[in-house]
Write a new protein. Structure first.
Length: 242
């Protein structure tokens, strides 16, 4: 396949891909929205556009974001934006995909945590903190993902499902491994699904709880106790005296 380079460092491929494609193809080779293969400068330009989109999401409704404003903030032109993304939502979807990859850290907490004995409650606390930290770091993107999911956008719905499903599967496996401590009719996957839904919802509405005077420390403690008991079938440890 022959190619040539433009001023933004993008190698122009002979065959264009679907305009919606902005993810990696051919292994780790990244293509732009029109099938171009970005070079070093092109990748840097694309990343600036993503960074500015993420920054604007912190203070603006995603429907109010304009290509011209994102491009200007990134120091480039709307025409260059369209080389990488067919519309603003496609750029947000890339941000959401990157966020979903980072969500694997939540699964790692479950998979590598100690869920028996004295180590179980600290693991439950780490999982709660992991959800709080994840939602805090990605609040603006998660807000779009949640809204688009509620509105029936299958792209964002699939991404959200993938993000949370990995944690559900890992947690269900831990509960199943401790089935001797649970009632015989308990369904590990259903229990894990309820726990993950609770963790995600509370993490997403943390500031709403604080508005009503509920301290984050108290929310964290309550969630950790629920997670610990639901996973292990045991009572959480008594709080330290004093």
């Amino acid at each position: 396949m022959s190619s040539r380079s433009d001023r933004d460092g993008v190698a122009v491929a002979d065959a264009a891909l679907d305009p919606a494609v902005t993810a990696a193809v051919d292994g780790d080779e990244l293509r732009a929205a029109d099938g171009r293969v970005p070079g070093r400068r092109g990748r840097a330009t694309r990343q600036r556009l993503l960074d500015e989109t993420a920054e604007m999401l912190k203070s603006s409704n995603y429907r109010d974001l304009k290509v011209v404003d994102i491009a200007r903030a990134a120091g480039t032109s709307p025409a260059t934006f369209y080389q990488y993304f067919p519309e603003v939502e496609s750029a947000i979807l890339v941000l959401a995909e990157d966020m979903a990859h980072e969500g694997s850290a939540l699964t790692t907490i479950v998979a590598e945590g100690v869920w028996r004995g004295r180590g179980a409650y600290p693991t439950a606390e780490r999982l709660v903190d992991g959800f709080f930290d994840f939602w805090e770091s990605h609040r603006s993107v998660m807000r779009v993902v949640d809204l688009a999911t509620e509105e029936g956008d299958q792209r964002f719905r699939n991404l959200r499902t993938r993000l949370l499903n990995e944690v559900v599967v890992a947690l269900a496996g831990v509960i199943h491994s401790q089935r001797d401590r649970h009632p015989p009719d308990l369904d590990p996957t259903a229990t894990a699904g309820v726990l993950v839904a609770m963790l995600a919802t509370v993490a997403g509405h943390r500031y709403g709880f604080e508005f009503w005077g509920i301290r984050t420390d108290d929310i964290r403690r309550s969630m950790a106790r629920i997670v610990h008991t639901s996973v292990t079938g045991q009572k959480p440890p008594a709080p330290p005296a004093g």
